[in-house]
Design a binder for this molecule. Sequence first.
Ligand code: PA5
Length: 338
Amino acid sequence: MEQKTKEIVAAIRRDYDVMFVIGIGGSYAGSKAAIELLDTDFPVVYIGHGFEANTMDQLWEQYRTRRVKLCIISKSGQTFEVVAALNYMETKFRTKYGADFAQHMIAITGAKGKLRDYANEHKIQTLLHPDVGGRYSVLTVVGLFPMAVAGIDTDEILKGADYNHNQEKALITEYAKKRYNAYQIGKRVEVMAVSMAAAQQFADWYQQLFGESEGKDHKGIWTSVLVYSRDLHSMGQFIQEGSPIICETIIKVKDPCNQLAVMNQVCIDAVAKAHRDAGVPVTKLDLARTPYDLGRLFNLFLEACVLYCKYLGVNAFNQPGVEAYKKEMRNLLNEEKY
Ligand code: PA5
């Protein structure tokens, strides 16, 4: 991150108690994954990835007496969920901060669009959303800024990503090929399993990355997120003996060596063997809970996803299908049924 951005981060950490982040899809999934997995020392709260009035009310009630900074992240600046959350927060901020409400906001957005216009109108500080789709933006300011505010060493995230880019090309290619081979032999569901609940959001990030990148032209593998060992007692049966449509990636998160952690590691190794023996193609990857290693894995999957989509013959970078529900929403809103 640029020095100027680091100074903004330091000021937020100094002047506020909490930062709310509005964003959906790729605008929030990656940084939230890092914040849930790694050690942090400043609260970052995610909102605006749905239309949940009750959740918003509860959150505001919880934080309204605190010094709240609001970060709005949207490349297009016109995503329904984001605009709705911003409208909600603007009302709250006007009550809380008065005429200066906009000084307590920061926007990460593209060079043009409604959010850019809104920021210009209210003189809101902005950072430029780079010209990459949200799901490929975790290693840019989009992902790094909230992580840095939370207290994560983003230089280490980037070092890990860089290492993987330069040293582990073979692993990236192998992963992409393996996933494409699974597709070719009829696997249509990929279980993305993580060995602890704190890594579930990382699996959600992966699901969004692959799902939105590959699911087109009636092709692709559906990613299903599981947490082990919890979900072995629900979906484990299906994976072992159900329809043979499943391939699996297991992320073995390394924990300090105590008795429970040892059990967890043993469990993951046992599950991988049992599933392989049942004919499921399994890839097992390690992840240490460090910014460096998380950066390494972010980059591995980002690059592997692009390569895999190339093998599959789909455009990894668009998402035309997402427009359909938005069009229907516009119709319903125009018909003033709501
Ligand atoms: O990965 C993507 O491109 C999408 O998931 C977007 O991140 C998501 O739709 C949000 O878009 P925007 O940043 O324009 O609000």
